[in-house]
Write a protein that binds this ligand. Structure first.
Ligand SMILES: NC(=O)c1ccc[n+]([C@@H]2O[C@H](COP(=O)([O-])OP(=O)(O)OC[C@H]3O[C@@H](n4cnc5c(N)ncnc54)[C@H](OP(=O)(O)O)[C@@H]3O)[C@@H](O)[C@H]2O)c1
Length: 247
């Protein structure tokens, strides 16, 4: 089982990313927390402890700023063992909503920001021949459901990008982990109708399961694991039937 001494969490001001930063610190890591909300990051640093955590205010849409900030963080941490890309947004999409600006913003945050941060990490780890890259994708990327077309697309693309990174970097001793959470009780789900029979887990449970999977070197992990069989079933539904189902 690997352990991480120095880690970056992008999207660490709330929800799953915040829980991951807390869990990483609990497991002994120094953590750099990256997100836009300075006040939320500062609160997180106080909770985790300034000796274990540092805040870096950054909007992932500012891709040109990433190389210098990545260098600064790795310098401040004295190296890097793991990076987690957890930043994401899922704005409400009405059933008859087709909003190109909103869709582009989703791709910018969920996908292009991941390219900017994880490409930096990939180049560094390919050189140092060690390291772990963890991308928080989603079960939403496994199928084109009606609900949030741009969100599902961003996650399907993120899953493919992470697979390609894994295939490039395996020969350099770098681990790339794709996490596909089901429902996790965070701000992202505000206003979502969740069927009562589907599991919703708290962010701290998600964080523990994500780090356990990554530290074991799993390539792809559904969180919680029950979403693996659920999504196998969902993927097997023929397209003609799928479009008639309100899921
Ligand atoms: N909750 C679920 O059920 C669920 C299921 C599957 C996958 N996921 C994925 O899990 C990840 C975390 O989401 P969450 O559920 O924990 O929701 P959340 O509490 O809303 O967290 C989203 C995080 O992303 C950051 N973020 C958003 N836009 C950003 C930007 N432009 N620049 C920098 N940071 C940005 C937010 O920080 P700031 O607002 O401070 O910038 C926040 O830290 C997302 O990728 C989401 O798609 C969630």
């Amino acid at each position: 089982m690997t352990s991480y001494q120095r880690a970056i969490v992008v999207g660490a001001s709330s929800g799953i990313g915040l829980a991951l930063a807390e869990e990483l610190a609990r497991r002994g890591a120094q953590v750099a927390l990256v997100a836009r909300r300075a006040d939320a990051l500062e609160r997180a640093v106080q909770v985790i402890g300034p000796e274990r955590a540092r805040a870096y205010v950054h909007d992932v849409a500012q891709r040109d700023a990433v190389p210098a900030l990545f260098q600064q963080i790795t310098h401040d941490l004295g190296g890097l063992d793991a990076i987690i890309y957890a930043a994401g947004s899922m704005p409400h999409t009405a059933p008859d909503g087709y909003d190109t600006a909103q869709d582009a913003a989703v791709i910018e945050t969920n996908l292009l920001g991941a390219f900017a941060w994880l490409n930096e990490a990939a180049a560094r780890f390919a050189h140092t021949r060690q390291g772990t890259i963890i991308g928080i994708s989603s079960v939403a990327g496994d199928r084109g459901r009606r609900g949030n077309p741009a969100y599902a697309t961003s996650k399907a693309a993120l899953t493919t990008y992470l697979e390609a990174l894994r295939n490039r970097l395996a020969v350099r001793g770098v681990t790339v982990v794709t996490i596909k959470p089901g429902y996790v009780a965070t701000d992202l789900l505000a206003g979502e109708q969740i069927p009562r029979f589907l599991p919703v887990i708290p962010p701290d449970q998600a964080a523990r399961e994500i780090l356990d999977a990554a530290m074991k070197g799993q390539a792809v992990a559904y969180v919680p694991a029950v979403w693996g069989p659920i999504m196998r079933l969902v993927r097997a539904i023929p397209s003609r039937l799928f479009r008639r189902l309100n899921i």
